[in-house]
Ligand binder design. Structure first.
Ligand code: AMP
Length: 501
């Protein structure tokens, strides 16, 4: 089975190319195209994944996990019915549920190979955790693909069709906003700059609309008898009203409380006004992202594509077009990522291209003090580079700064953004140590530094003073990478669980 999988914060989905017509989304056992990324541990031997689990958040919070994607790449142990789980194992259960449904749908129960999507801003820890989750679910990962790149593929922004174009991907989901500038090169689609707000999404519009409806009710009929119950009822109806206003220009909502009832006439203008400042925030972030792309040589974009269910609100396309002067494309925005992933999986499987896990996901380097800079400037010099095949190993010759220097501090940094940058603020420190006991040496004496990244996520660094042979060795499994013993234990845990829906 060759699949594309969108492992989302709130929803996940799976798709495959099943015929000449391109990819299709495979429904889950309930017939839904997307599955809530929620897992409920009902007993020591059973879990439920999806809509029923999400509904259980209201009454069985202690045994139910939502939004686990936000914990990927962190140490975040959870215990259910006496067993320890991690973000990787919980994600693996979601993945396995998707794959099971896909298998039923396609009448297939053999090997599973998939392209799994990850946010553009995921670093090595988060990517490794996602990779481990897939492995725990029995999936061979063809590639961990950036979500905006997957979306761009869905919109036909491929090297074959649009080489040379710059594409703006505006992705407004339920709870997060991501904006990315991509460049379509001759051989691949690359992320140039990415930005976003992890707490801005369709749910904010729901909240605004709920408040508006409650205020309208109070103006018409006074305070409701049971405020909490009334608020909960109104909130439950809000999302449907919001969606209705995406396809209709007016909508009449009837709010009831006991004998009192108030009819609220809603139109698109109201909806637009309620969310005006939220839209403005997305545009400001997008401008910032375009500015950052400009700094990387991409001036202006040729296409704008919309991704995420909340971009179905007509106000979004209007605002984006007014701001950037291009008519945005919007086709299946909530399924764009999974459809693009399926397209990529099909392409990799049919061309037999090497799996992408075999490359360094982020550049690694060392902090250098610039001895020629009187202001004491520092920079990160990358030694092992993004996209080099794993295992990767490279060295660099550095130098001491002052005469008789006895110690050298070695600070190893990982590229934090999408694009390697020498600015310290664009990198994240992952290791720190001191090479001590240097002999009496003149300034500018050599220090050899080597950085390696292994296929299992082990980062190793050595710094050697060649005359004395003094060596400093630093090693770390990058946080969030499950070691093989832990991975084996989790695999047993997962295999022992029946997955329901
Ligand atoms: P996603 O995470 O991409 O599935 O986006 C989910 C968000 O999209 C939720 O906030 C939904 O309420 C919103 N959404 C889905 N369909 C529509 C629609 N037709 N109109 C407005 N918002 C929608």
């Amino acid at each position: 089975m060759i699949l594309g999988i969108d492992l989302g914060t709130t929803y996940s989905a799976v798709a495959a190319v099943t015929g000449p017509g391109g990819p299709t989304v495979l429904p889950n056992r309930l017939g839904e195209l997307t599955t809530p990324s929620v897992v409920r541990f009902t007993s020591a031997g059973e879990v439920i994944v999806g809509t029923a689990a999400r509904d259980a958040l209201a009454f069985d919070q202690d045994n139910t996990v939502a939004l686990v994607k936000r914990q990927m790449g962190t140490e975040f142990d959870m215990r259910f019915h006496g067993t320890t789980h991690t973000p990787e194992s919980v994600s693996a259960l979601i993945l396995r549920s998707l794959v099971d449904a896909a298998g039923v749908h396609l009448g297939h129960d053999g090997d599973v190979r998939a392209v799994v999507t990850v946010p553009a801003y995921f670093g090595i820890r988060e990517r490794e955790a996602t990779y481990q989750a897939a492995r725990l679910a029995g999936i061979e990962v063809l590639e961990l693909l950036s979500e905006p790149v997957a979306a761009a593929l869905h919109y036909g922004c491929t090297p074959a069709a649009r080489a040379g174009d710059a594409v703006l991907v505006y992705d407004l989901g339920g709870g997060t906003f991501d904006t990315t500038v991509l460049r379509v090169d001759a051989d691949d689609v690359r992320v140039v700059a990415t930005d976003g707000d992890s707490k801005l999404g369709g749910a904010d519009w729901d909240e605004r609309l709920t408040d508006y409806l409650i205020e309208s009710f109070i103006r018409g009929a006074g305070e409701p008898t049971d405020e909490d119950a009334f608020t909960a009822r109104t909130a439950a109806a809000t999302e449907g009203i919001k969606r209705a206003l995406s396809s209709r220009t007016v909508h009449r909502a009837v709010l009831r409380d006991g004998d009192a009832s108030v009819t609220v006439e809603l139109d698109r203008a109201t909806m637009r006004e309620l969310g005006a400042d939220l839209v403005a925030r997305t545009l400001a972030i997008t401008r910032r992202c375009l500015e950052s792309a400009r700094g990387k040589g991409v001036h202006g974009v040729d296409q704008v594509v919309l991704v995420g269910g909340a971009t179905r609100m007509p106000a979004i396309a209007e605002a984006v077009q007014a701001e950037f002067g291009l008519k945005p494309q919007i086709v299946d925005p909530d399924l764009a990522v999974v459809l693009g992933a399926a397209r990529r999986a099909h392409e990799i499987a049919s061309t037999g291209r090497a799996t992408a896990r075999s490359v360094v996901p982020r550049s690694f380097g060392v902090l250098i003090d610039d001895s020629h800079d009187p202001a004491g400037g520092t920079a990160i010099v990358h030694v092992v580079h993004h996209n080099e095949p794993l295992p990767a190993r490279a060295s660099i010759r550095l130098a001491t700064i002052v005469n008789h220097q006895r110690r050298v501090r070695v600070q190893v940094y990982e590229q934090a953004g999408d694009i390697p940058s020498t600015a310290t603020t664009d990198n994240r420190r992952v290791l720190d140590g001191i090479l001590e006991g240097l002999p009496e040496l003149p300034a500018a004496s050599p220090i050899d530094l080597e950085i390696g990244v292994d296929t299992d996520g082990l980062l190793s660094v050595s710094a050697v003073e060649p005359r004395s042979g003094n060596t400093l060795t630093l090693r770390a499994y990058v946080d969030g990478v499950v070691d093989n013993a832990a991975s084996g234990r989790l695999e047993t845990t997962i295999n022992g669980l029946a997955i329901g829906y």
